[in-house]
Design a protein around this ligand. Structure first.
Ligand code: SAM
Ligand code: SF4
Length: 325
């Protein structure tokens, strides 16, 4: 059964946030003084999140990405993932993490049925990493990546490219794909928190590819179903691959297949659209039919496209940590 929105896009992907808390403070994700955290009681319980996942799958979602904040800081996450992995008809259970806690959790994540990990890593230089994350220790993330590899996870690294901050490392990251079976994806900086002069940070995907093409031969890889918005490239002889995600310079709204649910139970059809539907009343009613009704309404009202471009944006500032990226 295919779930389609009002303009015929197939919607099969739910990004489900389990917390707005995080053990890092990435400069592109939240303002320096952090974000107002929700009280513990405002955060959905695992029972409620599980209910949302089950109902979403019953209406046509077949891929769930667990996100946050940092999903691995929430107590009980492994048991929750285990439960999710047993939902019949859920084809893909994947998770996005900053990697800080991976060294001690990768094995449990594998055993819980998580199929793939996206690991966010913006620098291979300890100082730059600490500057971007405001408090992070690169060593712990690198140890986490190694552990994830040894547990059999395919490794996908997401680097948010920022001009003047880490864009000098683009080639170093691409080199990782030539020396190991790593997928490296370069993501354009998005002005979520609306920093002053945010435009200066955006390195368009086309420029990233030009810079890469000066050193590597890039062979476009055909998009697989459910592969998401990345444009991916193979480098001859390389065990890994590279890709760019261009939400700012070249939006992919016509192919958008996702909906989002925040850790407080707000459902969103688009990251950069203020409209959202509150799932809590439906959750409290205990009625799966009512919950399915709200999720279907969300899909039907999904915006045709976002209104952000390399020169301007119109949204109210928000932290990706409060929505899940
Ligand atoms: N804490 C986890 C992590 O960092 O992977 C999961 C949540 S984080 C909000 C999800 C993704 O959003 C990360 O890959 C992060 O790099 C990305 N992200 C956050 N703010 C962003 C921004 N302003 N522009 C581009 N990507 C951003
Ligand atoms: Fe935390 Fe992820 Fe946001 Fe960084 S990008 S502050 S790791 S939620």
């Amino acid at each position: 059964m295919r779930l389609r929105d009002s303009i015929g896009r197939t919607i099969n992907y739910l990004r489900l946030s389990v917390t707005d808390r995080c053990n890092l403070r990435c400069s592109y994700c939240m303002p320096e003084d952090g974000i107002g955290k929700h009280a513990h009681g405002d955060i959905l319980s695992y029972e409620e999140l599980y209910k949302i996942a089950c109902v979403a799958v019953s209406i046509g979602i077949d891929k769930i990405r667990i996100t946050g904040g940092e999903p691995l800081v929430r107590k009980g996450i492994i048991g929750f993932l285990h439960q999710l992995s047993e939902i019949p008809r859920l084809k893909q259970l994947v998770l996005t993490t900053n990697g800080v806690l991976l060294e001690k959790m990768a094995l449990d994540l594998r055993a819980a049925g998580v199929q793939r990990l996206n690991i966010s890593l913006d620098s291979l230089d300890p100082q730059t990493f600490a500057q971007i994350s405001r408090c992070g220790d690169l060593t712990s993330v690198l140890a986490g990546i190694e552990m994830a590899k040894s547990c059999g996870f395919p490794i996908k690294l997401n680097m948010v490219v920022m001009r003047g901050i880490n864009d000098h490392e683009i080639l170093d990251f691409a080199t990782l794909a030539t020396t190991s079976a790593t997928t490296v994806r370069f993501i354009e900086y998005m002005p979520a928190i609306r920093e002053q002069n945010w435009q200066r940070y955006v390195v368009p995907g086309s420029e990233i590819l030009e810079r890469l093409a000066q050193h590597f031969t890039l062979i476009p890889v055909e998009q697989a179903e459910m592969s998401g918005p990345a444009r991916n490239f193979r480098i001859p002889g390389a065990p890994g691959s590279v890709g760019v995600i261009t939400p700012v310079s070249h939006h992919f709204c016509s192919e958008c297949n996702r909906i989002r649910v925040t850790a407080t139970g707000l459902a969103k059809g688009c990251l950069f659209d203020e409209s959202q539907l509150d799932l809590r009343a439906a959750l409290r009613s205990g009625s799966s039919v009512q919950l399915a009704h709200v999720l279907n309404a969300l899909v039907n009202s999904k915006p045709v496209r976002h209104q952000m471009n390399p020169d301007e944006c119109h949204h109210q500032a928000f932290s990706m940590a409060s929505i899940g990226g």
